[in-house]
Design a protein around this ligand. Structure first.
Ligand code: SF4
Length: 133
């Protein structure tokens, strides 16, 4: 077994957590006593951080609703559809009819790119962030 130090990705607090790895599978989450933010503490979400990693319920590919049923599609199809829908909405109702929610589960760099896409690409300041998304 191996304990790998990382940061909990459930919210923006940034608690230090060790993920316990056994034969290539993450099997546990434990607080880091020496971490300057969390100092040996985790909330209930942090203690269960490892549980989603190997879940069979995780989405592993884009899904689109077709005829009332969610169907797997390629990234190209999903992104084409999303782009066309956003541009159609912007043209019909204006830039401020669109809003974007960023996520604490993304890296700072990914959230930076999302706000850039929102402000420069979609031309709206309607971007917000919920640390509990
Ligand atoms: S979800 Fe809980 S454990 Fe994770 S970073 Fe936030 S406060 Fe810390």
């Amino acid at each position: 077994m191996q304990d790998v130090m990382t940061i909990c990705n459930y919210c923006g607090c940034g608690c230090g957590v060790y993920l316990r790895v056994d034969q290539g599978r993450v099997v546990g989450s434990y607080p880091s006593k020496n971490h300057p933010i969390s100092q040996g503490n985790l909330c209930s979400k942090g203690w269960h951080l490892h549980e989603f990693i190997h879940s069979a319920n995780r989405l592993t590919e884009p899904l689109m609703r077709k005829y009332g049923k969610l169907c797997p599609v390629s990234w190209d199809e999903a992104l084409d559809y999303t782009t066309k829908s956003l541009l159609r909405t912007k043209k019909a109702h204006g830039s401020d009819s669109i809003g974007v929610l960023a996520s604490a589960k993304c890296s700072n760099e990914e959230n930076y790119l999302l706000q850039k896409l929102t402000r420069a690409g979609l031309q709206t300041n309607n971007i917000d962030h919920c640390a509990r998304l």
